[in-house]
Design a protein around this ligand. Sequence first.
Ligand code: 2NE
Length: 275
Amino acid sequence: ADWQTVKSYDDILYFKADGIAKIVLNRPHKRNAFRPKTVFELYDAFSNAREDRRIGVVLLTGAGPHTDGKYAFCSGGDQTVRGSAGYMDDSGVPRLNVLDLQRLIRSMPKVVIALVAGYAIGGGQVLHLVCDLTIAADNAIFGQTGPKVGSFDGGFGSSYLARVVGQKKAREIWFLCRQYDAQQALTMGLVNTVVPIAQLEAEGVQWATEILQKSPIAIRCLKSAFNADCDGQAGLQELAGNATLLYYLTEEGTEGKQAFLEKRPPNFRQYPWLP
Ligand code: 2NE
């Protein structure tokens, strides 16, 4: 793909090419751990991709390898800025703003694909989990550390994980804090496919290209339908928002607004009560 830089950030890289956005965590010296600033930048880039009508798919990945030759997707919250009430930003405010990012990735009506090379650990494992699809390189390693490092993600990180891999496996992942390789992740349904590392980005672009041939509204409604099954009233709100969008696009929906603007009674009698 012919990647064009969209905007300069400190902790991430952001590119676009022909319908696809690529967002790259760029702190390889910390295995791409995120601090509050990293998350603000990710939120900004994802918001930009959401607003761009030409973008249908976002690839989320990590920069690497680091100078020691090791790869990482993301190793979760940066433990060096963890204060007594969250991860500290430059002004000393403690935050857990990655939860906002998780919701944006899940609810935005574009397909988000995680490309995982190396470690996806802690909050980094949750980040790939909330993406719609995950393509793993053969060197990918997944795992949780919360109970080891004094943290946990009781939101999507546990309840949605259990939807994806089942209750027993999800409890094992969190209670034992083991690491799982790419093949194990594939077997438990945590990732969609495993490819050689040299092929990771090309595979992501190939999946994105296939998705971009499909109907945007169909994909949009499907994503909100999959979410609605897990996300309670917020999930129903997303799905219903799409029903409203489709209604606005009909002549029948437009008639109500038109009648109001023309100060006349609406003529809904011209539309059928379909069986
Ligand atoms: C990722 C892992 C397993 C990699 O191990 P290894 O042996 O390949 O690398 P190493 O030497 O541990 O890490 C390389 C450098 O990256 C830093 C390390 O401190 C080290 O720095 P130097 O010693 O070279 O200066 N680094 C790695 N991960 C970091 C992190 N998360 N924060 C700050 N610096 C980090 C291994 O590094 C590892 O286990 N990392 C920690 C994983 C972890 O526990 N993450 C936090 C979980 S909690 C969380 O993410 C969270 C949550 O639970 C709820 C809400 C939001 C977030």
